[in-house]
Ligand binder design. Sequence first.
Ligand code: PLP
Length: 385
Amino acid sequence: MSRRVYLDHNASTPVHPEVLAEMLPYFGEVYGNPSSIHAFGREAREGMDQARERVASFLNVSSQEIVFTSGGTESDNFALKGLAGARGKGHIITSQVEHHAVLRAARALEAQGFDLTCVGVDEFGIVDPDDVRRAIRPDTVAISIMHANSEVGTLQPIEAIGRIARERGIPFHVDAVQTLGKLPLDVNALGIDVLSFSAHKIYGPKGAAGIFIRKGTKMVAVQHGGEHERRRRAGTENVAGIVGLGKAVELRGREMHAEAPRVAALRDRLWEGVRARVPEVRLSGHPTQRLPGTASLLFRHVESESIVLGLDLKGIGVSAGSACTSGNVEPSHVLVAMGVTLDWAMGAVRCSLGRSTSAEDIDYVVECVEPLVRKLRQAMPVGAA
Ligand SMILES: Cc1ncc(COP(=O)(O)O)c(C=O)c1O
């Protein structure tokens, strides 16, 4: 079989074999509804309880503060709409570089009458905590800032923002979908009240995720129905997925410390290799305050989609940092907020590495990128004067 290299771990990851092994019984012999009080139900409930304990222990919180959801998107929507709904009206602070799950939930609340401030970022994609401080109003009901940016990998100064939120008594939500399981995360030390995370970014299944809600944080339910999840989120739980999430988090607790420097070294090998061979290329995001495995490369005067498709033909999976909306290719909102000009932003390619990435994979990608970009620039120089 021809070579295949997956460098899109920020989009999703393969399920870890140990995670799959723990999930399998919940598709077979353990099929009860976890809300049922008979033995069939209790067995399912035990699997879920263990998963809750595992997540809580990773975050250094109580298991009663963990609510399971269907994805990072639901967790983000729940966080914003739940916090806003508890107050009914007021002002929300977020940043211009959030995932759309936060930004569009915030815009939906704005359409309902909430005021919204989206603070900007510097050239590295970092939010200035003083901008958050200055944006606070007497009626601010929530601050939502992501931990790591999914596109460029920049880490935000969460501890400093958490301190400001705490001083002012404002609930602080953090989208940690790209960091839980990749970096240590102590919500108490960081002053976080609400935290979103998702299994499929950390070798768990898709459609299983969660939200930490600090005891005493006022939040309304967004999904109504039965009495599940201590009445915070109605709906029969995705037991197998939740068991997988718990196992994935537990495994990450053991593996991430050794993996982070290994993956960071491979990311540097990728960047150094590309930089040495390809002219007019930049690494976006912060040089040091960044996720270990994310490299967002900006190729000037090339269309990112063309690079993604060209690499796909070589068996390499990466993602474009631009989005195609109704036929028009638009630059990423993150790069635009960072002040990256169009000639660079249109050629953004995100490579995100993971636990199976090897040095040979990286060398193969570097080998394929150089002739591809050269060919594309010759054929169709995008935005060249
Ligand atoms: C930062 C961030 N937040 C939220 C999400 C949405 O998570 P999910 O795919 O589990 O809905 C993603 C997924 O890419 C993400 O990167």
